[in-house]
Write a protein that binds this ligand. Structure first.
Ligand code: GTP
Ligand code: MG
Length: 157
C-alpha cells in the first residue's frame, strides 16, 4: 500500500486548521494510520529538510518548523503520495489553485500550513523516522519500513 507523511506545520496548528486539513484527506478517501501532536526538535527538522540545506531560506525554514507544535500524520491509500501533493497545492500558496489546501488557506511560501512527502521513497523514510519516536504508534506494520540510522534510535527511543 502507498503511504505518505503529512505534517500540519506550526502556523496550521496555531490557526486552528488541523481539523480542516485532516478532513480533506478523509473526504478524499485516504486512511489515517498514525497521528501525533509533536514539538519538533531542531535536529529532526534539519534531517527532515536536509535536501534544502544549501538554500538561503533554510535557517528560517527550520526556525519556522520548530516554532510551535506540529501534527505529524501517516496516511495510506492507492496513489496517496501524488494525490496528497495535489490536495496540498503548489509550494507558493499564491500560485496554488483554489480548492487546494494552500490555495484556500495560505498566502506565504514561508507559512504554507502543511507538508506532504514528495515521493513514495521519502514517504516511507519520513514515516519511518516518526515510527521511531517514543509514543508514536502506527497502525501499520513497522517491519515494512526501511532501516534508519542508529542515531535516531538512540536519540528518540
Ligand atoms: P514541503 O511539503 O514542506 O516539503 O513543501 P514543498 O515540497 O512544496 O516545497 P519544498 O520541499 O521545495 O520546500 C520545503 C518548504 O520550504 C516549503 O514548503 C516552504 O515552507 C519552504 N520554502 C521553499 N522555498 C522557499 C522560499 O523560496 N522562501 C521561503 N521563505 N521558504 C521556502
Ligand atoms: Mg518538499
Amino acid at each position: 500500500v502507498d503511504e505518505t507523511y503529512i505534517m500540519v506545520k506550526p502556523d496550521g496548528v496555531q490557526r486552528g486548521l488541523v481539523g480542516e486539513i485532516i478532513s480533506r484527506f478523509e473526504k478524499k478517501g485516504f486512511k489515517l494510520t498514525g497521528l501525533k501532536l509533536f514539538q519538533c526538535p531542531q535536529d529532526l527538522a534539519e534531517e527532515h529538510y536536509k535536501d534544502l540545506k544549501g538554500k538561503s531560506f533554510f535557517p528560517k525554514l527550520i526556525e519556522y518548523i520548530v516554532s510551535g507544535p506540529v501534527v505529524c500524520m501517516a496516511w495510506e491509500g492507492v496513489g496517496v503520495v501524488a494525490a496528497a501533493r495535489k490536495l496540498i497545492g503548489a509550494t507558493n500558496p499564491l500560485q496554488a489553485e483554489p480548492g487546494t489546501i494552500r490555495g484556500d488557506l495560505a498566502v506565504q511560501t514561508g507559512r504554507n500550513v502543511v507538508h506532504g512527502s514528495d515521493s513514495p521513497e521519502n514517504g516511507k523514510r519520513e514515516i519511518g523516522r516518526l515510527a521511531l519516536l517514543a509514543s508514536f504508534t502506527l497502525v501499520m506494520d513497522i517491519s515494512r519500513l526501511e532501516p534508519l540510522p542508529l542515531f535516531f534510535l538512540v536519540r528518540y527511543l
